[in-house]
Design a protein around this ligand. Sequence first.
Ligand code: GLU
Ligand code: MG
Length: 443
Amino acid sequence: MSGAERVVARLSGEGVRAVAVSFVDNAGISRVKAVPLGRLPDVALRGVGASPAFDAFLADDSMASADGYGSRSGDLRLVPDLNRITRLAAQPGWAWAPADRFGQEGEPYPGCHRLFVGRMTRAAADRGLSLRMGFETEWTVESDRLGDGPAYGLARLADSGAYLLDVLDALTAQGVEVLQIHPEYEPGQFEVSTAAEDPLGAADTAVLVRHTVRAVSRAHGLRASFAPLTTPSGVGNGGHVHLSLWREAENLLYVGEGPYGMTAEGEAFLAGVLRSLPALTAVGCPTPVSYLRLEPSVWAGAYRCWGLENREAALRFITGAAGEGGTCANAEVKCFDQAANPYLLVGSLIAAGLAGLDETLRLPAEYGDDPARADADELARYGIERLPDSLLEAVRHLEESAVLRKAMGDHLFGAVLTVRRAEHRLFAGRARAEAVEAVRWRY
Ligand code: GLU
Ligand code: MG
């Protein structure tokens, strides 16, 4: 029996009859082709067809028109990763697998985000380094369906306890390790955070967690939204990314002589991320609505600065409780949201960090307060800047990022810019409420 045949036999024994093979497009939407389980060995070898036009899709399913992207002819092959194939606990009969994209001759497709993560992970490995990463997932359901109540309110568990348990059980059954799961700030808003993994695993998990939350929500007669804002006056859903840098068994954010135990390499990596944040914002905050969430004083991290446990800094450094540091010390990048393609974001973060490492960058002084309360002198003294307050401004930073252009390669970089510019045009002139409504059920 081939490896794929063994997978089929196992899943078939678990009642699986169909496999969802998914990828995430440049606009941040997960797209799917599904096949009967029996076809998996063939599909694992040759892939299932998908149009290259997906490269130009926008969040509303229209297409950006630009030379070189969005061609209606040609075909790509979605090849499911059998190392990650997962029976979907909340959708009996179904399994899911994330796909890498190849050309018809089996050549790696330069626009594939998952292969991009592989390249960046290897670039780190070439330097003897590895990363651990994890996403926080926030989502909102219609609050009138699940009761509202105080932010983080224990009272809200009385309404939502059974629902959250079903989310927890489904994730656990799928091998996803849950760290926290609870009501968040807004009525109808929840959060689940999952354990750190290798970068590709973290991005795959982000996709799987959202899909699982969606499926469990459906079973409870609810609709889940992961959009940056779900009401015009809300605080919104973030998609914070935690990361730490390792050399073999050593956490380079903990075993050194630098700030809070960072090694010089750990510090340089974070300084590289901090430097590239304005350009990374175009990757991690991909819709004009992202910028309605990325505002000061709502814990979204709207300023380029770093600080220990500072929830208003885009880069929050975390050491954990006493004794936890070796395994726990990490940086949380708070400014991003879940409209982001998690693969593109993870790969871009690694690229930005490695560039910092190669240039032995140092971190500026840390900042411990809310930068929104600082005056211009203080901001200048700490080198703190407001992150882009519009997609257009973020795109300008991305256009100028030699680091991200080189890391992504011209094809992927061009596709991302094409889609971002088109998303900007799509929303130009729309009022806040209209823009929020337009994306509410897209992510
Ligand atoms: N909902 C906030 C955001 O949009 C984050 C709240 C928190 O720090 O967990 O990023
Ligand atoms: Mg949260």
